[in-house]
Design a protein around this ligand. Structure first.
Ligand SMILES: Cc1ncc(COP(=O)(O)O)c(C=O)c1O
Length: 454
């Protein structure tokens, strides 16, 4: 660890009442600037509703639902109680050749809010695992139907599908390619849909770019459809800066996939569970994929869990052969873990009781107006939004990409607001229980930080 303390970081530490501590060395933190963090640690101690409190008792407004997952807000009683009771009643149950009632109940409940036809559910423990599972289902599905040549997977530039080898391969983040090399072979990518020249400052879906979906025709012409298993995209790309699909783009992608017998997978790890105004973005945009990957909001981020929602006939294609044989050779020790299932059932009850799966639709116009009021602030080069997701993109500091946004993140944390930055975009995805006054508070704090960073 670098022991010399940067004066700017020292200032950031003082602003949050934090001082460089000892005892922080052992934990190699994920997706974190470890040396910076350990000089000015940001340690959370508890959470309730829309807020966190740090170890010094400072209140912090949660502008990103933890990490796009705490959709119902923190410490919700039904969820807390469900987890506590479950831990005492059935702490673990194997799910290979065994089952437990809550897993079946949860699968039924998920099917009931999923787009029509996606009524089979495979459980995993994270978004990354849900992605690997969906890709494997796609490969295995074609094989069981006698189309085993369909092995190529297609992702999209600027896509994020988690951190495992399949996910980083179909994903389109240069950082992964640079660091981890080839990963899975036999993958290709559609071009991304970001087109600031035509679409900057679009409110909601950008108007231009449905034709970016035609890039799939180019890849079909190159590889031949008989070799392509599936296309995976995020309906709204979150981790590469909140990229909202152009009007008509997803419809066109669906048409092309259907025409060529290619499976379409929507990665809804962040858009699932009400983020865009419907349970799933597939419903918001009116496009039904063949599989949906989800995680995070599935149980309000309380216990690790992911899932793949699968079209029934895909599932049914596996249900052949001798009945004593395993049909799909895949699963995790913790697939459908009892604590995760109990938390998910408590979460779905909370969503239903409070109308949270459609609340983002009700707040969308107010939220859009609030975030777009930042247009014209120094260095703001684009603003993007859908449902309760906002992306405010800033011009990078010359020669120092990401630093301006990271400085804003630190500044806002000191002022009592948690946001997330990706590149030089500040992303907002607050819990769906947010009130209008708290939207104003977030935008006011952000405006101040953007001005200070100029
Ligand atoms: C679209 C998408 N897919 C996959 C993942 C990976 O999820 P996890 O971090 O739970 O593995 C994420 C995480 O943010 C995501 O946004």
């Amino acid at each position: 660890m670098n022991k010399a303390i940067d004066p700017a970081l020292m200032q950031a530490a003082e602003a949050i009442g934090s001082t460089p501590s000892t005892g922080l060395e052992a934990w190699w933190m994920p997706f974190t600037a470890n040396r910076q963090f350990k000089q000015a640690p940001r340690l959370l101690a508890r959470a309730s509703g829309m807020h966190y409190w740090d170890v010094h008792g400072r209140q912090i407004l949660d502008g990103v639902a933890g990490l796009w997952c705490v959709n119902a807000g923190h410490a919700r009683p039904r969820i807390v109680q469900a987890i506590q009771q479950q831990a005492a009643e059935l702490d673990f149950a194997p799910t290979f050749q065994m089952g437990h009632p809550k897993a079946f109940e949860l699968a039924e409940r998920l099917a009931s809010i999923a787009p029509a036809g996606l009524n089979r559910v495979f459980f995993a423990n994270s978004g990354s695992e849900a992605v690997e599972t969906a890709l494997k289902i796609a490969l295995a599905y074609h094989r069981v139907r006698g189309e085993g040549t369909r092995t190529r997977l297609i992702g999209r530039e600027r896509g994020y599908h988690g951190v495992n080898f399949g996910g980083i391969s179909v994903g389109g983040m240069v950082g992964n390619r640079k660091t981890f090399g080839l990963a899975v072979a036999g993958v290709d990518h559609l071009r991304h849909t970001h087109d600031p020249a035509r679409n900057a400052f679009s409110v909601g879906q950008p108007l231009h770019g449905a034709d970016f979906a035609d890039d799939l025709e180019r890849l079909v012409a190159l590889h031949d459809a008989s070799n392509i298993a599936a296309v995976i995209v995020e309906p709204v790309a979150g981790s590469t800066g909140v990229l909202v699909p152009p009007v008509g783009y997803l419809q066109r992608l669906r048409e092309i996939c259907t025409r060529h017998g290619i499976l379409l997978i929507f990665d809804e790890v962040i858009t699932g569970f009400g983020r865009t105004g419907q349970p799933f973005a597939a419903q918001t945009f009116g496009v039904v994929p063949d599989m949906i990957t989800c995680a995070k909001g599935i149980n309000n981020g309380c216990v690790p869990m992911g899932a793949v929602l699968v079209r029934q006939d895909l599932h049914d294609a596996f249900m052949t052969g001798p009945e004593h044989q395993i049909e799909f050779f895949h699963g995790y020790t913790y697939s459908a873990h009892p604590l995760a299932c109990a938390a998910a059932l408590g979460t779905l009850d909370t969503y239903a009781e409070e109308g949270l799966l459609t609340r983002a639709g009700e707040l969308q116009d107010y939220f859009a107006q609030a975030v777009h009021s930042l247009k014209g602030e120094p260095n703001v080069i684009d603003i993007r939004n859908i449902g309760l997701v906002g992306g405010i993109e800033l011009a990078p500091l010359p020669g120092e990409p990401t630093k301006r946004a990271f400085g804003i993140f630190l500044d806002l944390y000191a002022k009592g607001l948690l946001v997330r930055t990706t590149g030089d975009t500040v992303a907002l995805s607050p819990p769906l229980i947010i009130e209008r006054g708290q939207i104003d508070q977030i935008v006011d704090l952000l405006r101040g930080a953007i001005r200070r960073a100029a």
